[in-house]
Structures are given as C-alpha cells and as structure tokens.
Design a protein around this ligand. Structure first.
Ligand SMILES: [Zn+2]
Length: 375
C-alpha cells in the first residue's frame, strides 16, 4: 500500500458558519484583505457576514472586489499591490473558484516579489499570508487545495500555481450562500466537482485513500443530479432545498481533497482551451468531454471505469453519457481547425501526464470531435 496524505486546512461546515466561528479570525492578525468578485458575495450575504464577523472581533479590513471569472495574472498582481499598501495580515477569499484562487495568489504575491515568468514555478522565497476561504459555489474544491488557477495569456490557457503554502488555513462552508444560485451555475459547478472526483480515480497519483474520498464524493453529487432538471429557463434561480445544496457542497469539498492529491487529468487539460478560446464555463467544458474520455479510458482500464459507474449507480458508459446529455443539453460547435489548435495546447499541458491512460494526439482529436458538434 502506498499512501501519502496531507490536508492542512481546517474545514468547518455548519449553519451560520461564519458568525459561529468568527473567534477563529483573531489568530490571523489585526487586518484582513477580503478578495471577492464584483457582485455575488454581496447578493448572497457572505460578504456582509464576513464584515460583521470581523467588526465583532475588532479586526480591520479592506476589500478588493475586482476579481473576474477566470482571473488574469494582472488581476492578482493588482490585488497584491493593494494588499501591500493596506498592510494586511491575512486574506479572506469569498466566492467561487475565481475569487478563492485569486485570493491565494494575492496572499502569495503580497509578501514577495515574483516575476511573472516565475509565477508558476512553484518555488517561492517566502510563505504566503494566511488564507481563509468561504466558497459560494459547490464545484471548484479550491477551499481545500494548494492550487490557484489563473488565465495565462502568454500561454493562451489556464495554468495553476501549485504549492503547499497555498492551502487555506481555514475553510468555512455554509450552503445558505448557494440557495439562489442559478440552475445553470449549479449544474456546471456540480459537474466540475464530479469531474474532479472522476479524474482523481483516473489519475496515476490516485491512492486507496484518495479513491475513498472520490467514491464518497461521486455518490453524494450523483444523488443530487436528479434535482437539477435544466432546460426551461436558462439562469432561472433553482429552488433546491438546503439539504441538497449541503450535499453538493460536501461532495465538491471531498472532490477538492481528491485533486489536491491526484491532480486533474487530460479532461481538464482539454477543457482549458474550450474555456480560454470559446468562453465555455469551466465545469461545462469538462463535462462535455468526460463521456468520451471515459469511453476512451475504458478500453484500457475497464476496472477503474466500472468502479466509477458503480459509485454513480450507473450500469454502462451509455447511461453515463445519457445522464450528462440530459444535464448539458445541446453541445457547442467546434471546427477542425480549432480542434487542431486545442490539441496542440493540450499536448503541452502538465495535467495530461497525470492520466492513467494518456491519450495520443489522435485520441485527443477524436475526443474533441465526439464531444462537440463539428462544423
Ligand atoms: Zn475543475
């Protein structure tokens, strides 16, 4: 047996989580930088809960709310400059993957000079400021990972800063912030989390223990999928019960623990181009590719694929594909020229070599072709 498990984040999940645990903020210092997007944390109440909790503990704070989805390198350098000016002691990221990932990079860059070309090197002189996160979507798992995924315009893809110093010190999970998430966002993020759990099983770095988390995650998320009936009105609020929201949040956190150990695989590598060039949401991009990737893997590793299907209470890859089709609706179009370009980028990516069954150039072309509509 070969286990190497490290998860230093304190995870607390309960109702009214921020207020109940505000006393924990005291140990991180006297001034916080809150990192968030322009809107959602204000609407869902998480920002207000954090500012009230900080005030109750007599901790000062500044707010950096310029994080866009798929945050750029320029954005995190700007946030880090602001953090230095404001002389903060710790960073609180509130939001989906983008604000949490930006918060991590800002915490890293605000205590040292790192040249842009060395940002993804994984080698840094100093530690990062302590990081606290409050996820407001259930998908990324960033609350329990050492990764900060940023858009790298020079490489024309998304890339990860990956270092143990980016593990959040504290993750506060409260599903109430997700109650009014639009259905489309709920589906895309749930499928991203599912993709993390599945890719974790398909990674060369998977272990008995990471698989244990992956199976538990797949079970929980799959139980929720039947409540996500799409199609009627895009972006309509999805009135899911709190217990379903909690299960999705729990499942995505578990899947985050998985990828913290296994990394993602060729699916994420291929998905990054769909997001970068075609603006397809990250979770949706992975979900579009997963059924074909699973079929591809089944040819050489039927045993692992069977374990995945069993955890999801599915009998075949056909049922898996049908489930994804029902959630995703019509697939986006792609040209052969685009496939050629994205295949080249995928072959250069880091995560592809994590795959137990590594797809060749021809395999990648075939997976893109089967996953989207060729025009
Ligand atoms: Zn992902």
């Amino acid at each position: 047996m070969n286990i190497n498990f490290f998860m230093p984040t304190k995870v607390i999940m309960t109702d009214n989580c921020i207020h109940k645990n505000a006393f924990l903020f005291k140990e991180f210092g006297q001034k916080a930088l809150i990192v968030t997007g322009s809107n959602s944390a204000k609407i869902n109440g998480a920002l207000q809960d954090i500012t009230e909790a900080l005030s109750a503990m007599e901790i000062q704070y500044s707010i950096f709310d310029k994080v866009m989805s798929n945050p750029t390198i320029a954005c995190v350098y700007e946030g880090a400059e602001f953090a230095k000016e404001q002389k903060v002691d710790f960073v609180i990221g509130i939001g989906g993957g983008s604000p949490m990932d930006a918060a991590k990079a800002i915490a890293l860059l605000s205590v040292q000079e790192v040249k842009e070309e060395e940002l993804f090197s994984g080698i840094y002189e100093n530690k990062a400021l302590p990081i606290i996160v409050v996820p407001t979507t259930a998908g990324t798992g960033s609350e329990v990972t050492q990764n900060s995924v940023l858009s790298n315009d020079r490489m024309q893809t998304k890339m990860s800063i990956s270092t143990p110093i980016l593990y959040p010190r504290l993750a506060l999970l409260d599903a109430k912030y997700m109650m009014n998430l639009p259905l489309e966002v709920t589906i895309n993020t749930a499928l991203d989390a599912l993709s993390h759990a599945i890719e974790g099983m398909l990674s060369v770095r998977s272990t008995l223990l990471s698989n244990y988390f992956a199976v538990e995650s797949m079970k929980r998320i799959t139980q929720c999928l039947r409540y996500l009936t799409p199609g009627k009105t895009k972006n309509s609020a999805s009135p899911l019960f709190l217990d379903v929201r909690e299960k999705l949040l729990y499942g995505s956190m578990l899947a985050g623990v998985v990828i913290a150990h296994t990394g993602t695989t060729a699916v994420h590598s291929m998905g990054y181009s769909l997001t970068y060039f075609k603006n397809i949401d990250h979770g949706r991009a992975n979900a579009l590719l997963l059924p074909s990737f699973l079929r591809f893997t089944a040819k050489s590793d039927a045993e692992t694929v069977k374990k995945i299907l069993t955890a999801m209470e599915l009998n075949s890859a056909d049922e898996f594909e049908a489930l994804f089709l029902s959630l995703l609706g019509e697939h986006e179009q792609i040209t052969e020229k685009e496939i050629e370009r994205y295949t080249g980028i995928t072959l250069q990516s880091k995560n592809i070599s994590n795959s137990k069954v590594i797809p060749s150039k021809e395999d990648i072309v075939s997976i893109y072709s089967r996953s989207l509509q060729i025009v």
